[in-house]
Each structure stands twice: as C-alpha cells, then as structure tokens.
Design a protein. Sequence first.
Length: 136
Amino acid sequence: MQELVDKLKENSILGVEVKANLSISPGKSGTIITKDKKVYGYSLYVFMTPFMEKNNIPLENIYLIKELTDDEYNKILKFIQEEIISKEYECRPQRDSYDAVFGRNESKLFYYPNCYDVNTNESLYEKARKLIEEVK
C-alpha cells in the first residue's frame, strides 16, 4: 500500500501528512491532491490496536475523496504560489511525530516538515490542512 501512496505523492501538487510513533495508533495519515484534480485520503498504521479493532479501522486505507472543480484547483495553485513558494519557513524538529506539507510545483518537489512562517510563526501544515478541508 505504501507504494500506491508514493505514486500518488509523485503525481501530487499538494499534500499534508501527519505521523505519530508513540500514539494510540502509531502510523501516518494524510491527504493528497493530484495533478488530475483528485483528492485522496490515506492512512497507514504500524499495527492493529484494540481501539482500531473496536472501531473497524483498517490497518491500511487509500480512498478517493472527490474531484476538484477548476475553481477549487486554481485556489490550490494560488495557495502554493502565495503561501509556499513565496515565503520562508523554519523547520522545527520534534521527537516522535511530525506534520508535513509536500507536493510538486513546476516539476520541482517541495517538502516542509514541522515548518512555521518566519514572519508570523504560523504553521504551514495548519494553513494547508485548513485549505484542503475547505475544498473537500
């Protein structure tokens, strides 16, 4: 399943991911927006927990959330240009978890783990996640 997530990431324009190692459900999950205007969600957990069994949460899952309209897609492209390409970010290491914003802009990959705007101290992950929630 990781291979499919990697393929989606290679075709992405924007994505967000969180990973937790010492949580109730260790693993990672995220959302990927691809060049073909599709939004995917995924979760890849390390092992099955009683909580996951009780709530019928699969160990690995990839699913199509929706296809974006042209306006939604353009909003994402504008966000990438204004909030990612045009700004400076400081990455702050964390011990057992991370959040990341990733994607591709004009065939160049970008990857920002645990990053905050150097001027406003805003989390890039939170800004990107909020935008993705708006278009989902």
